[in-house]
Unconditional design. Structure first.
Length: 222
């Protein structure tokens, strides 16, 4: 199993230290940095280049959605995941719209968290239930994908959507479809414009809702 480097951002030191110890016990996971606020996390992302960032939504004196956007802009390959006590729909929707690739609740079991990190590391979007159902309803019923206002994706766009759902970056999509990376960027831009979406995360949600591939994973016990 490939190594996964994790950065933790949480203002509660005891929780952060305990979680770091539990994750470091996993042979394939390494906690490369711990931060107490979003500003520090933004800088540490640039320095340590983690694969996954686990951050709380309620870090003092910080705008967390802005932090998610800044991390995505400075390090697009990093997967930013919210790990929180908050079950508020507003926090969930704001995080996903900002570009988070997961929204996990702190009351989950360690095994479930490790499994979620593994899935996220592979490119999955992981959302704790029942929040996953709320997310799909939100995306398909408001602004992002509104019934009667979206065009139908072309066959090529559906191919690209399926690869986006698998977490494939532009380079892999280009290789799979025998096109250039620039062409992939153009297709993605057209998909977002056609479907009235803001980002790739919403494109993933669209693909799930339309039945292309079931990709939004629930973290319920097996």
């Amino acid at each position: 199993m490939e190594q996964i480097k994790v950065l933790l951002a949480d203002d509660k030191e005891m929780f952060r230290e305990g979680l770091a110890r539990l994750l470091n016990e996993q042979e394939h996971i390494e906690v490369v940095s711990q931060c107490s606020n979003s500003n520090e996390a933004i800088e540490k992302v640039k320095e340590t280049k983690p694969d996954v960032v686990l951050m709380d939504t309620d870090i003092s004196e910080c705008d967390d959605t802005k932090a998610i956007r800044q991390m995505n802009e400075s390090a697009p390959e990093v997967k930013v995941v919210v790990l929180t006590d908050s079950k508020r729909e507003g926090d969930l929707f704001s995080a996903i719209e900002a570009g988070a690739t997961g929204y996990l609740l702190k009351d989950m079991k360690v095994r479930e968290l490790v499994e979620s990190i593994d899935l996220i590391g592979k490119g999955d979007v992981v959302v704790s239930p029942p929040l996953a159902r709320k997310l799909i309803r939100k995306v398909t019923s408001t602004g992002a994908i509104e019934a009667g206002t979206k065009d139908i994706p072309s066959a090529r766009e559906i191919e690209i959507l399926k690869l986006l759902v698998k977490g494939a970056p532009n380079k892999e999509i280009a290789e799979a479809l025998f096109i250039t990376e620039n062409t992939v960027k153009v297709h993605v831009k057209h998909i977002l414009e056609k479907l009235k979406l803001r980002n790739r995360q919403q494109a993933v949600a669209y693909a799930v809702e339309e039945g292309l591939v079931a990709r939004v994973r629930h973290t319920e016990p097996k």
